[in-house]
Design a protein around this ligand. Structure first.
Ligand SMILES: [Mg+2]
Length: 367
């Protein structure tokens, strides 16, 4: 592929309701949309960096700087035979997986559109629908129970609660009392330490599907120590930043479930390696979410068609998050099942008039 033009667009899209986790209370999505134009075809990627480093260490300013200064000039200079080659080609620029993924995803979408096939076909994804769950932000107990029951009534197979110290047992007890059978998991986003081991052990009674990232956001060894003391499986999210980190986590016994976020791993080629490793070791994986707009959401849906994704992911209905999305297709789950958008690439098109109203800045780069 010859790359003719790359557009970096920053959009600001308000959430329907604020999303509270142990590390932030967010009211809007600020996303970087990357459009790659090649020989008359364009493809889209979405960056999941935040303005400030609240989740991992990357920021929008740093990531767009790397795109402008290195990733885009590299694509203009050398083009691309196949998008699967970019992860290794860019490995000499260390880290920065979200920046790299933003551009790589756009190249994958563009390449699939040029081939006239859905992205999932390039990934070996045979499914045309995927199982999805819902991730609920922190709200008062009564409101949380009501929200869980509403999602169960809508057919979601799995519900995930965000927890932190002081905001855990009471809520889990209430939810379990109301919904004894539902597949329930919790996500602590690094809010605990090994000093909380007894408290974390007490969560075993709620027969959680897994507990996600209980300890420090960059840790493996403390998680391995904790895993040996819990019956509840540990799933890692923040700590897994590359295929090599996933291998290290599994070798150490730090987790027995893997949350895949394409931005955190550095793109689809990295996800493919993580996928194959987890399949070989029979480790269940699922596709996480970062409250993406329709572009990132569509990528996640295609990625989750790969056969190793055996647990429901976080890629729930777009309307849970946004009153109006920036794509023309509605990405809605019915009975906990999401159809994979049909058509070439990621299968969605931009709602351009609306996109312009939520755009903060646009920058077009050329060779
Ligand atoms: Mg998480």
């Amino acid at each position: 592929m010859r790359i003719d033009e790359i557009e970096l667009r920053v959009v600001r899209l308000p959430y329907r309701t604020p999303f509270k986790t142990s590390f932030a209370n967010e009211t809007k999505k600020i996303a970087v949309l990357v459009t790659v134009r090649s020989e008359g075809v364009e493809g889209y990627g979405e960056g999941v960096m935040d303005p400030l480093p609240m989740y991992r260490e990357e920021t929008i300013a740093g990531a767009t700087g790397l795109m402008r200064g290195a990733l885009c000039p590299d694509l203009f200079a050398y083009g691309c035979e196949h998008p699967g080659e970019l992860y290794d080609r860019w490995a000499h620029w260390r880290g920065n997986p979200m920046a790299k993924a933003s551009v790589e995803l756009a190249v994958w979408d563009c390449y699939a559109r040029q081939q006239g096939v859905p992205l999932r076909t390039l990934l070996g994804g045979d499914r045309t629908e995927i199982l999805v769950g819902a991730s609920l932000g922190m709200n008062p107990v009564e409101q949380t129970v009501e929200s869980v029951q509403r999602h169960v009534a809508e057919g979601y197979r799995r519900v995930k609660l965000k927890i932190e110290p002081g905001w855990d047992r009471e809520m889990m007890s209430a939810v379990r009392a109301a919904e004894p059978e539902i597949e329930l998991s919790v996500d602590a986003n690094s809010a605990y330490t090994l000093a909380d081991t007894e408290l974390l052990q007490s969560f075993d009674e709620y027969h959680l599907h897994y507990i996600e990232q209980p300890l420090h956001w960059d840790d493996l060894t403390d998680h391995a120590a904790l895993a040996a003391l819990l019956r509840t499986p540990i799933c890692l999210d923040e700590s897994l930043t590359s295929p090599a980190r996933v291998k290290a986590a599994l070798d150490l016994g730090a987790c027995s479930v893997v949350n895949v976020k394409v931005g955190r791993f550095g793109g689809i080629a990295a996800v493919q390696r993580v996928h194959d490793l987890c399949v070989t070791r029979q480790v269940p994986m699922w596709c996480g979410g970062m409250l993406e707009t329709g572009i990132g959401r569509a990528h996640n849906i295609h990625i989750a068609t790969m056969p190793g994704f055996v647990y429901p992911g976080d890629t729930a209905s777009a309307s849970r998050t946004y009153a109006r999305d920036i794509v023309e297709q509605s990405l809605e789950a019915v009975n906990g099942i999401m159809q994979v958008p049909a058509g070439p690439g990621i299968g969605v098109t931009l709602d351009r008039p609306f996109l312009d109203t939520v755009t903060e800045s646009v920058e077009v780069l050329r060779p």
